[in-house]
Design a protein around this ligand. Structure first.
Ligand SMILES: *Cc1c(COP(=O)(O)O)cnc(C)c1O
Length: 391
């Protein structure tokens, strides 16, 4: 199905075979176990000689539909799913990084991932090197020292820093390291890391893929032999996705292209509007020419996404006045939903850091992260205008 365009794959990926009863949507199979009339068939499925399911911790027909959908959209050979995005990330890291191995990654990585790098992997005798996110020379130098895994994320949270996947994947190839990219912010509609040289792409499906903030999941797609290795780990540690959330995520993904195109367009207009607003100090959006990562983003992304952050002129009191004044927004963690979400990194993703530590990461106290929903653009602009006028 690879010759089909993404909007088509989002709908038909994993859904081209007939479902039981002629159902035109994937059945939600909540069965834990699968019965066989013939022991020989059961045996053949168990050893992988025949297609089929045995136990839902390992594989499940509804979950399989979702895995095939992300395989198609990312242009991958195979994919597996997890109960959450962190399930996908931790299983991937722990499957590859055993004692004595070395990983190179970024300082601006997602908070949960960063905890694995700082709090857990070192105690398993894994060497972790976290580099300044946009310093490609430093990243290349660390990779060239030798490593087993290069773990990237782009754009990053909350200041939307951009890293050059092609360039760093090339550096990783030279030392034989596996390249993993967290593609949660971009989604396969805007960016396909595998086509830029990555070996694996990981998603918090909880965000844009699901798109409605009503199901959690994680996905990993890429080379079949690497997926197999992580699958064998997940099969035993049990961070498997259930059929119900798999159905909701696959359902959400059917409108992924429509939602992302809308969010790309609205975010660009909103970022441009905020950039010119007298009460705004700075806007971080990779679509703006003023953004430090704009050139790389332009070369590897087909759209700049629905995530942005901006700093108000003023202190944290102004942030409160502004956010409490917004009407078309959920003040909440998470991102990538049909409804607009906003919050200060000071309270959400970077709450555990001190003001000085946040400053070191380039996160001003008055920074607001804004996840643009699919609402009417004029309504969102009017809402931002009236809330800014309150300051
Ligand atoms: C939310 C998020 C995760 C973690 O996913 P969960 O589904 O919350 O476990 C990982 N990476 C990024 C970039 C995220 O935004």
């Amino acid at each position: 199905m690879t010759q089909l365009k993404k909007g088509t794959l989002a709908v038909w990926g994993g859904e081209t075979e007939r479902f039981p009863y002629g159902a035109t949507t994937p059945p939600i199979v909540n069965s834990v176990t699968y019965a066989y009339e013939n022991l020989d068939d059961w045996y053949d499925v168990a050893i992988g000689k025949q297609e089929g399911h045995i136990y839902s911790r390992n594989t499940n027909p509804t979950v399989r539909v979702l895995e095939e959908k992300i395989t198609a959209l990312e242009g991958a050979e195979a994919a597996i799913s997890f109960a959450t995005g962190m399930g996908a990330i931790s299983n991937t890291l722990f499957a590859f990084l055993t004692a004595g191995k070395r990983v190179v990654s970024l300082k601006d990585i997602y908070g949960g991932t960063s905890r694995i790098f700082l709090d857990f992997l070192p105690s398993y005798k894994v060497d972790v090197a976290l580099c300044d996110t946009t310093n490609h020379e430093a990243l290349e130098a660390e990779i060239a020292k030798g490593c087993d895994l290069v773990y990237l994320e782009t754009p990053t949270n909350p200041t939307l820093k951009v890293v050059d996947i092609k360039r760093l994947a090339a550096a990783a190839k030279k030392v034989g390291a596996v390249v993993v990219v967290d593609n949660t912010f971009a989604t396969p509609i805007n960016q396909t890391p595998l086509s830029l040289g990555a070996d694996l792409v990981v998603h918090s499906a909880t965000k844009y893929l699901c798109g409605h903030s009503d199901a959690m999941g994680g996905l990993l797609a890429g080379k079949a032999d690497l997926i197999r290795k992580v699958y064998q780990f997940r099969e035993i540690n049990g961070a498997s996705l259930q059929a119900d959330p798999a159905y909701l995520i696959a359902r959400g993904m059917k409108t992924l292209e429509l939602r992302i195109e809308r969010q790309n367009a609205s975010a660009m207009k909103i970022a441009t509007f905020l950039k010119a607003h007298p009460k705004i100090d700075d806007v971080f959006y990779p679509g703006l020419e003023s953004h430090s990562g704009h050139a790389i983003a332009k070369s590897q992304m087909s759209g700049f996404g629905g995530m942005m952050s901006f700093a108000l002129k003023g202190d944290y009191e102004s942030v409160k006045t502004f956010l409490h004044g917004l009407k078309l927004v959920h003040l909440a963690a998470s991102l990538g939903s049909v409804s607009t979400l906003a919050g200060p990194p000071r309270t959400t993703s970077h709450v555990e850091l001190t003001t000085a530590q946040r400053a070191q990461l380039g996160i001003p106290e008055s920074l607001i992260r804004y996840s643009v929903g699919i609402e009417n653009l004029d309504d969102l602009l009017a809402d931002l205008t009236q809330a800014l006028n309150r300051i």
